[in-house]
Design a protein around this ligand. Sequence first.
Ligand SMILES: Cc1cc2nc3c(=O)[nH]c(=O)nc-3n(C[C@H](O)[C@H](O)[C@H](O)COP(=O)(O)OP(=O)(O)OC[C@H]3O[C@@H](n4cnc5c(N)ncnc54)[C@H](O)[C@@H]3O)c2cc1C
Length: 321
Amino acid sequence: MADNIEDVIIIGGGPAGLAAAVYTSRATLKPLMFAGAPYGGQLMLTSEVENYPGIPTIVGPELIERMREQVREFGTRIMDQNVLKVDFSKKPFKITADKDYLAKSIIIATGAQALWLGLESEQKLRGKGVSACATCDGFFFKEKVVGVVGGGDSAMEEALFLTKFASKIHLIHRRDSFRASKIMQERVLNHDKIQVHWNTEILKVLGEQHVEGVSLKAEGKTSDLKLDGLFIAIGHKPDTDLFKGHIELDEKGYMLTNATSALAGKKLPAFNPKFQTGTSVEGVFAAGDNVDHVYRQAGTAVGMGIEAAIDAERWLEETAT
Ligand SMILES: Cc1cc2nc3c(=O)[nH]c(=O)nc-3n(C[C@H](O)[C@H](O)[C@H](O)COP(=O)(O)OP(=O)(O)OC[C@H]3O[C@@H](n4cnc5c(N)ncnc54)[C@H](O)[C@@H]3O)c2cc1C
């Protein structure tokens, strides 16, 4: 059994969790962070990050290391372990990793994972022309030819966003129609830079050091298509399975907070507009890509992590006995 009660436990050690750690540790709450295994989150899979304010260019893992160093200096204890179980049914809250830990408040920042096609060649060229984020990497493809894979709204958004940079976009979809909303489909189908490849599967991403193209299969025939980059836009999965049945999630598994549920016209059981990052359980706060399926950026995750830290700090002050 746990011997002491932490003020705050942070679950997740990506940008959102680390930002929450900066603020809670400077507020002298001595946060205990379970950073996950592997630690660091999605930025660990990123090469160049050029859109983090104040840092013109940095590789993702270095940005994470700098954040970890900063929070340790302020007194955050980091454990590079996964939380295996949670119990939010009574206070103090209990979480289980190598043993049980108790806490007065919890910040959940377990993030999300981009879904990939699952090809070996795709994984080999990740960060070398294969990307899952056009907002992040589109800029590197000025006047280049790129492919986008997918048929939902995110694939349409990624393809349209890339028209600002690329000279040509091949939108590759394995079915004969898109799942995306009518308006997005129309924009894509009417764009003169976008060519749609229906009923087409990617067999292999070509290239050794960098993407050079893809090998495609359509109507039983295979062919090669030259590309400078490939954007996989087949969806994201929030890392929230652990919390099912413990806090309210939306139908896709994203955590509902007072802010996001209010936007959808709903009120969570523990609704208090003062605590925007509050979840359905009072004292449990959530931040980052496990909540956000719209913006999905390091900067926005950091912003939400800061909000969760301030919410936790104020909630602890208000409920202190
Ligand atoms: C290929 C790629 C390139 C990108 N490039 C950029 C870019 O250039 N600029 C930009 O701003 N954004 C970029 N992003 C997006 C950015 O990485 C994410 O928006 C950001 O990392 C989200 O931060 P987060 O803290 O919410 O979640 P994550 O980064 O997903 O971190 C979540 C953390 O929680 C941990 N975790 C999960 N489950 C548990 C558990 N049970 N117990 C303990 N820990 C757990 C995970 O291990 C992970 O460490 C990119 C994303 C990808 C995939």
